[in-house]
Each structure stands twice: as C-alpha cells, then as structure tokens.
Design a protein around this ligand. Structure first.
Ligand SMILES: Cc1cc2nc3c(=O)[nH]c(=O)nc-3n(C[C@H](O)[C@H](O)[C@H](O)COP(=O)(O)O)c2cc1C
Length: 229
C-alpha cells in the first residue's frame, strides 16, 4: 500500500490528533557526560557543529531565534547562523524587520539548533548586539549578487501589495548597480548573540535524555550542570 493510502486509511479510522500522537521514535545514542564535555561551551558547540557538517546534514546552520515583543510575548523564526567564535553566534538580517524592532526594544534572545539525525539540540540564551559595519560589509560582499540585490529589494516584514512589486524593484536595483559592485544597504547587517546560557541535549533511549547546561558566572567562568530530561 502506498504511503498516501496508509495515511488516508489512518485518517478515516482515527482522529488527526491520534495520528500525530502515534509518531514515536526511539533516540539511541551513547549520550554525553559533564566530565567529558569541553570546559568552554563554544568549544563544545564547535565539536557538535563539525559533527553535523561531517555527517552532511542538510543546512547544519539552521536555527530558530526567539525575540520578545513589546507586550512581553515571544516571537520566533528560522534563520541561518553565519559564524560563531568566542564572542557568540552571528546571523544577518534586515535592521528594519520585525525581529530588529523587537531587538531594539529588548535585546534578550534565545537560539535553538536541532540536528535531528544526530538526536542533538543546542539551546543558547543571551543578549544580541549588532556586529561592526566592517563585519557586515565583509559578509555582505561574500554573498551571491542575487542575494545582495534581494537585501535592497525587500522591506522585510512590511506589508506589500504584490510579488510583482518586488520583481519591479529588482529591475530598478539591477539598473542602479549595473556594472559595479552592490553595496551593503545600511539597513542590513549582522547580530551576534552573546551567550550566558548554553545547553547541550543528547537524545537517549526511553526519553532518558542527557542535558548538560553551561551558565556564565559573574566571574566570567562557565559552570556545567546536568539537568533532568
Ligand atoms: C531555512 C530558512 C533560513 C532563513 N534564514 C534567514 C536569515 O538568515 N536571515 C533572515 O533575515 N531571514 C531568514 N529566513 C526568513 C525568516 O524566517 C523570517 O521570515 C524573516 O527573517 C522575517 O522575520 P521577522 O518578521 O520576524 O523579522 C529564513 C527562513 C528559513 C525557512
């Protein structure tokens, strides 16, 4: 029976809620140990990120970013990580977007990575800072020309009347930069999430997962703590 027929038969006999509840996978792995994880969580992130890359996972740099609206409610979207180092975790976006306005009002944020095939999750909490204009320029200049033009074209998160409006703007911007390099628009650049909490989650059998959380103390030293799954 085709997968579609199986789905339709399930749907006929069960409620959709039951159907979703029945998706169930065991996460089998060796687990992680507070004694063997690196002292510095960014070094540990590097180990896991490299593992995601070497396993050829699709888009290993995909993450979700949560910011806080003026009324205190969270908002969340998927972004691409474009770099990390001892300072934190960098992504690029439009400085006039909804997220940017939320960050202006409250710079606290949270980022989550999921490397599902490895049964790994990393949660990061901290404060967002704009990266330097030089850093944004350097990254912008490395982007494909189409993406550079896209950054000029899209008033990200603003209502627009039609897709045609965007396509017309692409032509205008292409004319404007004909034969020359596309400059970074001032309203486009990077943010760095400067972390204070980083948690590594490793899925294990029977939902008895491993969670090791690092917290940055006032002495600027990271301490590790195992958490219940
Ligand atoms: C896989 C994926 C990668 C994305 N990467 C980015 C990104 O790096 N920067 C960005 O501004 N938006 C990215 N987006 C779009 C965002 O999810 C979001 O729609 C956009 O940033 C507007 O969010 P806002 O209205 O909360 O500001 C990505 C979306 C997906 C699905």
């Amino acid at each position: 029976m085709s997968q579609l027929n199986t789905f339709i038969n399930h749907f006929k006999t069960k409620s959709l809620r039951q159907l979703v509840a029945n998706f169930r996978n065991e996460y089998i792995s060796d687990g992680i140990n507070e004694d063997t994880l690196k002292e510095n969580p960014i070094d540990q992130f590097e180990v896991w990120f490299n593992e995601a890359v070497s396993n050829k996972l699709n888009e290993p740099n995909v993450m979700s970013l949560s910011t806080i609206q003026a009324n205190g409610s969270p908002s969340n979207r998927i972004l691409l990580l474009k770099g990390f180092d001892e300072n934190g975790f960098v992504f690029y976006t439009n400085y006039g977007s909804r997220k940017a306005k939320e960050i202006e009002g409250n710079d606290h944020a949270a980022m989550t990575f999921l490397w599902l095939e490895l049964y790994k999750q990393v949660r990061i909490e901290g404060v967002l800072q704009k990266v330097s204009t030089i850093e944004s320029d350097t990254y912008f200049n490395s982007r494909p020309r189409g993406s550079q033009i896209g950054a000029w074209v899209s008033p990200q998160s603003q209502p627009i009347n039609s897709r045609a409006e965007l396509e017309k703007k692409v032509e205008e911007i292409e004319q404007r930069f004909k034969g020359i390099a596309v400059q970074r628009p001032e309203n486009w650049g990077g943010y760095c999430l400067v972390p204070t909490v980083i948690e590594f989650w490793q899925g294990r059998a029977s939902r008895l997962h491993d969670r090791i959380e690092y917290r940055l103390g006032e002495n600027r030293v990271w301490t590790k703590q195992r958490l219940a799954p």
